[in-house]
Design a protein around this ligand. Structure first.
Ligand code: ADP
Ligand code: 5GP
Length: 218
């Protein structure tokens, strides 16, 4: 299956020698991004993980500094003014942002960094870091997405309805991503993601876009 190269916003740019790269993982809420990110962090301990800042309240089990930095809206807005975010977006009524210093520090140190951000954030990152590796995770269907959100049990019916509405808009933009995979059976999705990332970590250094990885669109 060839990669999604027609509309993808990822540019064919030779990565700077010795510099790291960003791996952007996006998906509609409930598609399994956090689950997949956890698996990838275990599989690739050498990847840095960009812990986002958010103004939403923690879900049960979420830890400050591990899952997110939970901050107030006032702090978030001050950081916008001070240019501290590499990107930020309002998602489902809350603010989310990526620390610019964290990215630049780790990129300069030659590390690959995993980012779990939404489509609006991905567009901003691609403006600043056009050689970013972009992966979109699809749910098998909107019905399955609803079931996963309901089963997760962390959101009210109103919030779930809002997330499903947003999912349609996000899925409509999936072709800006270089790679698109479907998170149906979890082990298979992990296998596909692992293959994509492993290929980038291995090189070839002069080609930012591996060509024959499973799980890509078009
Ligand atoms: P996201 O981070 O994208 O919002 P989560 O990782 O929290 O999504 O996953 C949403 C729910 O779906 C969780 O309860 C998770 O355990 C479950 N889930 C994730 N991937 C799969 C899968 N492949 N099959 C079935 N359930 C899944
Ligand atoms: P959740 O509240 O379910 O953890 O995340 C909601 C959405 O916000 C997800 O699509 C997630 O990818 C996105 N998100 C998380 N962190 C960031 C961030 O730092 N920036 C942007 N733009 N989106 C983020």
């Amino acid at each position: 299956m060839p990669e999604n190269s027609k509309n993808s916003l990822s540019k064919r740019i030779d990565p700077s020698p010795g510099r790291g790269r960003l791996i952007i993982l996006s998906a509609p809420s409930g598609a399994g991004k956090s689950t997949l990110c956890q698996a990838l962090r275990r599989r690739f301990p050498e990847l840095a993980y960009s812990v986002s800042h958010t103004t939403r309240i923690p879900r049960k089990g979420e830890e400050n500094g591990k899952d997110y930095y939970f901050i107030t809206e006032a702090e978030f807005k001050k950081n916008i003014q001070q240019g501290k975010w590499a990107e930020w977006a309002e998602v489902h009524g809350h603010f989310y942002g990526t620390d610019a210093v964290f990215l630049d520090t780790h990129l300069s140190a030659g590390r690959f960094i995993l980012l779990d951000i939404d489509v609006a954030g991905a567009r901003q990152i691609l403006e600043k870091y056009p050689d970013s590796i972009t992966i979109f995770v699809m749910p098998p269907s909107l019905d399955v997405l609803r079931q996963r959100l309901e089963k997760r049990g962390t959101d009210t019916p109103e919030v779930i309805a809002k997330r499903l509405e947003n999912a349609k808009a996000e899925i409509a933009q999936k072709n800006i991503y270089r790679h698109v995979i479907v998170n149906d059976a979890l082990p298979e999705a992990i296998k596909q993601l692992t293959a994509i990332i492993q290929r980038y970590l291995n090189g070839p250094k002069s080609d930012s876009r591996p060509r024959d990885v499973k799980g890509e669109t078009d």
